[in-house]
Design a protein around this ligand. Structure first.
Ligand SMILES: C[S@@+](CC[C@H](N)C(=O)[O-])C[C@H]1O[C@@H](n2cnc3c(N)ncnc32)[C@H](O)[C@@H]1O
Length: 403
């Protein structure tokens, strides 16, 4: 009887609809919404650098495992209003934290604010931590420890004016950490941004894929996982939700097995090049680590001296130097972009070439008019991510772009 009751309670908890928040980078909200919809999310709403959606516990597990363009999946805890730090501290202290975690478990707090009342996010986290620790100490004379990396629980505080929203971060660590990028070469792009760029490009794994300036191989790794439909977090062990009292190991395993069963073959090539030997070596080791090495061919090539395979349809996604973070060897930056444009016209017939760069002056030197453009941020740098469609004859600047 007790077992049946437990089963009913736990199943109904699993099926309970919750309004989650998935955070992301600026400009990726729509692709994130599409990804969540494909997993079964409902009532999806686009916010600034976030998407809210409804789903149950299984969807939360699926989102953590399979979504490529989310940074964190947050589950609401509570909301309240506060206009000064003592009110904030008191309201946090009123929550019974012992119902969520014990003294032996570690926690961390991440805060984001857009408020005239609270301006320093580190201070917000500090105040919230004090309130939690003080509550435990007053009750037990002991306190739980804060742990920045991989804590058992991560509280996410989002303050808009005087509205304080508290969430449990089910991911615990940012989902851009896929586990394959163990080494960096110069200015690596964020994994979530790389996946978002591929999604924005509209590539449906229906052609050859090339990154001719691959650096540490991030764009290639994300392309391979999209091509073969490999869940981006398949090899990650740590998720904060595994430490929650309602963690359902069986359901989590079911979600993992479903993701593995959904992998698919891919019949085109994925090619990566870089002028620097060291970059190619770093990319090789990263792809090896991500079990992706057999899916991608890497070679040292100078963009200008290399012609890609002649095909009827292909895609290039590249993150060239911007002239701010990495210098080019043979050219000043505008000349480098002019060289890229000339070589694209000469050698990349039938390819769609997508490029991200923060250097708007240099992008003009490509000498082609992009038809599609998105604004994205690579770290703090505002960038344009734009597409050039290369036709036979674009050398003569005839048909340079399409929609
Ligand atoms: C911004 S980094 C790319 C970072 C990469 N997306 C990643 O995530 O690691 C630019 C890369 O372009 C490469 N590069 C510069 N000039 C090149 C050229 N002429 N041909 C090929 N690669 C070049 C650099 O060696 C560098 O690895």
């Amino acid at each position: 009887m007790t077992n049946i009751l437990f089963l009913i309670v736990s199943t109904s908890k699993q099926l309970e609809k919750i309004r989650f928040v998935a955070t992301t980078h600026h400009g990726l909200e729509e692709v994130l919404a599409d990804e969540l919809k494909a997993l079964g999310a409902t009532n999806i709403r686009l916010e600034k650098r976030a998407v809210t959606f409804e789903g149950d516990q299984k969807l939360m597990y699926k989102a953590n495992l399979c979504v490529r363009t989310a940074l964190r999946i947050l589950k609401p805890l509570t909301s309240f209003r506060a206009r000064h730090e003592s009110a904030f501290y008191n309201k946090i202290k009123k929550i019974d934290w012992s119902q969520y975690f014990t003294l032996d478990q570690t926690f961390a707090i991440h805060s984001v604010a857009s408020s005239d009342y609270f301006t320093h996010t580190k201070y917000i986290s500090q105040k919230a931590k004090d309130a939690i620790v003080d509550q435990f100490r007053e009750k037990t004379r002991k306190r739980p420890s804060v742990q920045i990396m991989e804590p058992d629980f991560r509280l996410y505080i989002h303050i808009i004016n005087d509205e304080c929203n508290l969430y449990w971060d089910s991911s615990g660590e940012s989902l851009h950490k896929r586990g394959y990028r163990v080494e960096h070469y110069k200015a690596p792009i964020n994994e979530v941004l790389a996946a978002g760029m591929i999604k924005l490009s509209g590539w449906e794994a229906d052609s050859i894929f090339i990154d001719p300036m691959c650096g540490s191989g991030t764009i290639l790794a994300e392309a391979a996982m999209i091509a073969y439909n490999i869940a981006p977090q398949l090899h990650r062990k740590y998720f904060s939700f595994k430490n929650w009292k309602d963690f359902n190991a069986e359901l989590w395993e079911e979600v993992r097995q479903e993701a593995i069963a959904a992998e698919r073959p891919f019949k085109y090539e994925i090619l990566g090049f870089d002028v620097a030997f060291q970059a190619v070596r770093v990319a090789e080791r990263n792809l090896e680590r991500g079990n992706l090495a057999d899916k991608i061919q890497l070679n040292r090539k100078d963009f200008e001296r290399h012609t890609p395979p002649e095909i009827a349809k292909g895609i290039v996604i590249m993150n060239p130097p911007y002239g701010e973070r990495i210098e080019t060897v043979d050219y000043e930056i505008n000349g480098f972009y002019a060289m890229m444009g000339d070589h694209m016209k000469e050698a990349y017939t039938n390819y769609k070439v997508w490029m991200i760069s923060s250097n708007k002056e240099a992008l003009k030197c490509i000498g082609l008019k992009p038809k599609k453009k998105h604004t994205l941020y690579n770290g703090a740098l505002e960038c344009k991510f734009q597409c050039y469609t290369m036709y036979r004859g674009s050398m003569k600047k005839k048909a340079t772009v399409e929609s």
